[in-house]
Design a protein around this ligand. Structure first.
Ligand SMILES: O=C1O[C@H](COP(=O)(O)O)[C@@H](O)[C@H](O)[C@H]1O
Length: 260
């Protein structure tokens, strides 16, 4: 998929009455995306966020059509803690997703928890994981994931890209680290915008009234520059917002009906 200089397509906002409908439709959407990639290229490369997202992806574990053995899973961001620590995004995904399906272990790519004392080495090592997956097959400057799944914090952060942080302008590295996350824990690694923005599909998932003001700012006032509003897929990538009506309550941005 060659990138051109066309402007990013407008986001597609899909709002569901409640969480159950959101969970079921998100599962159907991700299952379809994975089928399309597997049919075309024999594999599905996906990067997943932590926070509330793993639970909202739970519907997928009930879909018998998903070919989990073709999934190659990475983390959009990770907290620098042992992999069995309650704050670990990997642990949340293991508990809520991977322990319930059968993905070969070597196709799930957590951080190297032998490197927790050296954030530079840790983020370099994770960047190398991505290079191993993407560099040979793709001459693009950045990896092109089939799907990147994002969450949005009530402050508008996504991945571990926080409002006002210097990493918002990082455009060379694929994976960067920070030691001053305003949301605990402070040490994290994160994909940078160029990696996120080069994905074929990017899906934000946000639920709950506590995200309503922020979602309005992101979608109706993108010029305010909140981190989530800076996600702008490189053509021909497409950005979707899967939200519930509580999160979308204040948004004027037009909704699109859900269809597979
Ligand atoms: O700390 C993080 O927060 C964001 C948003 O989390 P949510 O619970 O508000 O959905 C998450 O996407 C990110 O992966 C995580 O590290």
């Amino acid at each position: 998929m060659a990138a051109t200089h066309q402007p990013p397509a407008a986001p597609i906002l899909i709002s569901f009455k409640g969480k159950d409908e959101l969970v079921d439709s998100l599962a159907a959407f991700v299952a379809k995306a994975s089928k399309e990639s597997i049919d075309k290229r024999g594999k599905f490369t996906v990067a997943i966020s932590g926070g509330s997202l793993p639970k909202l992806l739970g519907g997928l574990t009930k879909d018998p059509s998903v070919k989990w053995n073709k999934w190659h899973v990475y983390y959009v961001d990770e907290r620098v803690v042992p992999l069995d620590h309650p704050d670990s995004n990997h642990k949340a995904c293991v508990d809520l997703l991977w322990s319930k399906v059968s993905i070969p272990e070597d196709q799930i790519h957590p951080i190297d928890d032998n490197l927790l004392d050296d954030l530079e080495e840790l983020s370099d090592a994770y960047e190398k994981e991505l290079i191993r997956e993407f560099a040979q097959k793709d001459s693009a400057r950045f990896p092109i994931f089939d799907l990147i799944l994002l969450g949005m914090g009530p402050d508008g952060h996504t991945a571990s890209l926080f409002p006002g942080h210097e990493l918002l302008s990082e455009c060379d590295r694929w994976v960067a680290y920070l030691e001053d996350s305003p949301k605990p824990p402070p040490k994290r690694i994160t994909f940078t915008y160029p990696v996120i923005n080069h994905a074929a599909r990017i899906v934000f998932v946000a639920a709950g009234g506590e995200k309503a003001d922020t979602l309005k700012t992101v979608l109706d006032e993108p010029e305010a520059g909140l981190p989530s509003a800076r996600v702008k897929p490189v053509f021909p990538g497409q950005l979707y917002w899967f939200v519930d009506d509580a999160a979308a309550a204040k948004v004027e941005f037009p909704r699109t009906p859900f269809k597979l």
